[in-house]
Write a protein that binds this ligand. Structure first.
Ligand code: AMP
Length: 210
């Protein structure tokens, strides 16, 4: 199954992708995690992406499409994959189409801007494996330590309130039009946020029939 998780920053895409990935046995591809790892390693892609990310802006399409094309071609994607945080522009969506990458469903997690701003203050992410947490809604077993790999949890620089507002503006302007794009293809499933991780997860599984 090939899926896209669409939604504002902090809508819960990473958390739901992790649950789906385990249930369906397919990998998650998060361009945000790939870019953060590239920045830590100091690669040319990382150097190029850093200023955009710190400012809450989008990294140029050609950087992103290169990353995704390389990643989906790997063997572990043979039975499907979940895209988390990509595509984020019509340009990226068209580039995936042009590369012959097709999708079974696009799940759009709908959360209001007000709730996103509230949530982001409690969000934490593992510096090593990128697993997402929330101090209240999804805490790790041991405070500050990743359940999966033991890495340290951090409050991302771009989760600060000013940058979150900028990222929401970018989401509405650049990413939200993708809903119409995939609706026209007949594969869009809007998922109303249910107020709990499990509740939203249940609605997603129902939409997918799994
Ligand atoms: P995320 O972890 O998905 O919230 O992504 C963090 C940041 O990485 C975004 O604010 C962008 O600067 C950059 N980024 C991640 N994915 C993309 C994408 N598909 N297109 C452009 N920029 C991206």
């Amino acid at each position: 199954m090939k899926l896209i998780l669409l939604g504002a920053p902090g809508a819960g895409k990473g958390t739901q992708a992790e649950i789906l990935s385990e249930k369906l046995g397919i990998p998650t591809i998060s361009t945000g995690n790939i870019l953060r790892a590239a920045i830590k390693e100091g690669t040319p892609v990382g150097l190029k992406a850093k200023a955009f990310m710190d400012a809450g802006r989008l990294v140029p399409d050609e950087v992103i499409t290169g990353i995704v094309a390389e990643r989906v071609a790997r063997e572990d994607c043979a039975n499907g994959f979940i895209l988390d945080g990509v595509p984020r522009t019509l340009g990226q969506a068209r580039a995936l189409d042009a590369a012959g990458v097709t999708f079974d469903a696009v799940l759009s997690i709908e959360v209001s801007d007000g709730e996103i701003e509230e949530r982001m203050s409690g969000r934490r992410v593992c510096v090593k494996c990128g697993a997402p947490y929330h101090v209240k809604a999804h805490p790790p077993a041991r405070e500050g330590v990743c359940d999966h790999c033991g890495g340290a949890l951090e409050h991302r620089e771009d989760d600060q309130p000013e940058t979150v507002r900028r990222r929401l503006e970018v989401y509405h302007a650049e990413t939200e039009p993708l809903k119409g794009y995939y609706e026209a293809k007949g594969i869009l499933s809007p998922v109303a946020n249910q107020g709990s991780i499990e509740g939203t997860s249940r609605v997603i599984m129902e939409a997918l029939g799994v």
